[in-house]
Ligand binder design. Structure first.
Ligand code: FAD
Ligand code: MG
Ligand code: MG
Ligand code: MG
Ligand code: MG
Length: 525
């Protein structure tokens, strides 16, 4: 994506035109995509596959629409309605793409190859391993569950990541009801078996609790009237509130709705151990430990790194699969990472401040006028989105407000700043660097963005000049705009047709028709 990557993708997004592309090279470049989730399929759908030789590797030959998985746990939605076979998707879109149902277990960036193991079984040699080489690698293999090494969680808890998980949960809930209906079971035992515990009060845990509650009161209680009184749902959350990534008003609304429904909220508790019939929790404030008997538990408390990614990271001594703002893995030739498996490390403006000053100081006067600053402001805001976020958070109207804060009380129009004053003015801006959340929205937008880069690659190589001169990082000229996440809001169904939605622009909606509002927002995407 950069000059550093050698013939990378360099372009100015808006000016790219397909007819200016040069004759296609004799051999198409090989693009290998790992994963067929939100990020991978979004990339593939948008990629002009006639320009590349595309190979897709994923142990699942279907895409899963994860937002509806909680509804599958209770049969509100059928499993087959939330998946789309990957081969059919390619066929429908007329994509010339090869697909291998396999798991990548090693990425070798020096040989530019990935090592894979067939997911369907072994070949005739009794060995299903094979190697695929690439010119460009797109790593989109998502995240795994994170147990934080809590003893017993892997063995005894359910997870809700895959379609199979949702189906297993459904079966397990019904099993609990049947077990509690067997004669000669004590009341205490019934209460234990019918205690459904959700660990983690994030959107997935909350939505599952709401679905489960509806399922119990609308369906199961009619089928098992004798044991209705013993049923209980508990959410254990280590933070003070559930849904803590949402607006506080939504958290409060959800909590009171759950209280009315009789769903117990244990906030401020950490799970420290799980056995086959009880969960040990520790109160964070008092340190007191308690045993919670349960029948079925679902763990939805965070995401972790897949082993193949951990291995890849350790080769380069990286802590997380970090990419630059163009979604390329630095110091790695032609490897890109998108979705839950990756994170973007946003370049800090203070690292480049001297370069920026020099570029802006066109007359080499050693000082900047307001006009000189304004001339590069757009480029600065594209390269360092934290500048805009900072000004917004401080209720600043224009850049002069920011600079004046740094140089004291001077007149806006006639002010000039030297390098020290310029540095001082921008010194707090980097505190506003935001990490993008691990959501389908982000994954899909990243996939789309990266495909766009790949589609415009030829043009970019031909026209490397563009408006972004403020790089400073030794990355060369980035003339393609960096990835920018556009938040379209978030949504939490709370059961009984109640829901809460948060839309951009401080717009919060809670209550009965919210669900339909949200679905229409979704549908329009
Ligand atoms: P995934 O979608 O997980 O895809 C990873 C892909 O990689 C899969 O195809 C997998 O089979 C494949 N893979 C795994 N290992 C390998 C390997 N070794 N080699 C090759 N391929 C491999 N987000 C929202 O924005 N809104 C929501 O309402 C929402 N609801 C959710 C509900 C649930 C129950 C869950 C679990 C998640 C929800 N999310 C939601 C989050 C969202 O699903 C994830 O952020 C999103 O799936 C990330 O996309 P991804 O492509 O990075 O990973
Ligand atoms: Mg993916
Ligand atoms: Mg997915
Ligand atoms: Mg990510
Ligand atoms: Mg000057």
């Amino acid at each position: 994506l950069t000059a550093a990557s050698g013939g990378g993708i360099v372009a100015y997004a808006d000016s790219a035109r397909a007819e200016e592309a040069p004759e296609p090279p004799p051999r198409k470049k090989k693009v290998v995509v790992l994963g067929t989730g939100w990020a991978g399929t979004s990339f593939l759908k948008n990629l002009d596959s006639s320009r590349y030789e595309v190979k897709v590797i994923s142990p699942r030959n279907y895409f899963a629409f994860t937002p509806l998985l909680p509804s599958v746990t209770c049969g509100t939605v059928e499993a087959r309605s939330v998946v789309e076979p990957i081969r059919r998707m390619f066929e429908k879109k007329g994509k010339d793409v090869a697909y291998y149902e396999a798991e990548c277990f090693k990425i070798d960036p020096t040989k530019k190859a990935v090592h894979c193991r067939s997911a369907v079984g072994t070949n005739l040699d009794g060995n299903g391993d094979f190697m695929v080489d690439y010119d460009y690698l797109v790593v989109a293999l998502g995240a795994t569950v994170n147990t934080f090494n809590t003893p017993g969680v892997m063995e005894h808890c359910h997870f809700l990541k895959e379609v199979e998980d949702a189906q297993k949960i459904r079966k397990s809930v019904i099993d609990c009801f049947e077990r509690a209906s067997i004669p000669n079971i004590s009341e205490e035992e019934k209460r234990k078996i019918l205690h459904f515990v959700i660990i983690g009060g994030g959107p997935t845990g909350v939505e599952f609790a709401a679905e489960l509650h509806d399922f119990l009161v609308e369906d199961l209680v009619k089928l098992y009237p004798a044991i209705e009184q013993f049923v209980k749902i508990t959410i254990i959350q280590s933070g003070e509130h559930i849904l803590n990534t949402f607006d506080q008003r939504i958290a409060v609304f959800a909590e009171s709705k759950f209280q009315r429904d009789g769903i117990e909220l244990s906030t401020g508790f950490r799970v420290i151990k799980v056995s086959d019939d009880s969960i040990t929790v520790k109160c964070k404030s008092s340190g007191v430990e308690t045993l919670v008997p349960y029948g079925m538990a679902v763990w939805s408390a965070g995401i972790g790194t897949r082993p193949v990614i951990t291995d890849f990271m350790s080769q380069g001594k990286r802590r997380a699969l970090a990419t630059n703002e163009w979604l390329r893995v630095p110091e790695c030739d032609s490897v890109y990472a998108i979705g839950d498996c990756s994170s973007i490390s946003q370049r800090k403006i203070m690292e480049d401040i001297s370069t920026i000053f020099k570029v802006a100081d066109k007359d080499n006067s050693g000082t900047l006028t307001l006009k000189e600053i304004n001339d590069v402001l757009e480029d600065i805001c594209i390269r360092y989105p934290q500048v805009e976020l900072y000004m917004k958070s401080m209720h600043m109207v224009d850049i002069a407000d920011l600079i004046k804060g740094g140089v004291g009380d001077s007149n806006k129009e006639s002010m000039v700043v030297n390098i020290e004053e310029f540095k001082k003015a921008l010194s707090h801006v980097d505190s506003q660097v935001k990490t993008v959340p691990a959501t389908a929205q982000v994954a899909a937008q990243q996939g789309y963005y990266l495909a766009d880069c790949f589609n415009k690659k030829d043009h970019c190589v031909e026209h490397p000049e563009g408006p972004l001169r403020l790089t400073g990082s030794g990355e060369g000229h980035h003339n393609f705009r960096p990835f920018r996440y556009k938040h379209l809001g978030q949504f939490a169904p709370l059961g009984g047709e109640q829901a809460a939605a948060e839309l951009p622009g401080d717009w919060v909606s809670m209550g009965h028709s919210t669900q339909w509002l949200w679905y229409s927002v979704y549908a329009s995407r």
